[in-house]
Design a binder for this molecule. Structure first.
Ligand code: MG
Length: 170
């Protein structure tokens, strides 16, 4: 059986913080505001994994009211969502990520972000895709007020999964 999960997260810019997306340090300033390290990509990924598992959302597991998660590395949230997925004997088939940002240009970091997430989830290369786009100056993203990340995940439950729909293509 296959199941799909979707996650969306938005954070406002906080210039005083480093920008960390998908676990990759993009810059020392021009980061995002939030309780944890504000990694919108990993937050959306966590929600997508929990969604695929039918296991609620990131706020139930890691409430921002909990001081333990202040400035926390968001890879911890992904690790917990991975544990939930694996507990139901499911495997992650593929992950597709879209980052909406007017700034900075993220194309140079695309492969590093893919590799970081693949390592985080112990997935073969080619199972994680990261795309970045702007909104052509429209809306709050276009005005450079924040960044939005959207993630779709497919998981496969039970059986000997082939796990590599993409490898045959690459
Ligand atoms: Mg968030």
């Amino acid at each position: 059986m296959i199941r799909i999960g979707q996650g969306i997260d938005i954070h406002p810019f906080d210039d005083s913080r480093p920008l960390i997306l998908a676990g990759v340090r993009i810059s020392d300033r021009g980061g995002l505001g939030g309780h944890s390290d504000a990694d919108a990509v990993l937050h959306a990924l966590t929600d997508a994994l929990l969604g695929a598992a039918g296991a609620g959302d990131i706020g139930q597991y890691f409430p921002s009211s909990d001081a333990r998660w202040k400035n926390a590395e968001s890879s911890r949230f992904v690790a917990e969502a991975r544990r939930v997925v694996e507990e139901m004997s499911a495997e992650i088939s593929n992950i597709d990520i879209t980052i909406l940002a007017e700034k900075p240009k993220l194309a140079p970091f695309r492969e590093a972000m893919q590799a970081k997430i693949a390592t985080m989830l112990d997935l073969p290369a080619g199972h994680v895709n990261v795309k970045a786009t702007t909104t052509d100056h429209l809306g709050f993203i276009g005005r450079g007020e924040g960044i939005c990340a959207m993630v779709v995940v497919l998981i496969e439950i039970g059986g000997e999964s082939e796990r590599s729909p993409v490898e045959g293509v690459l």
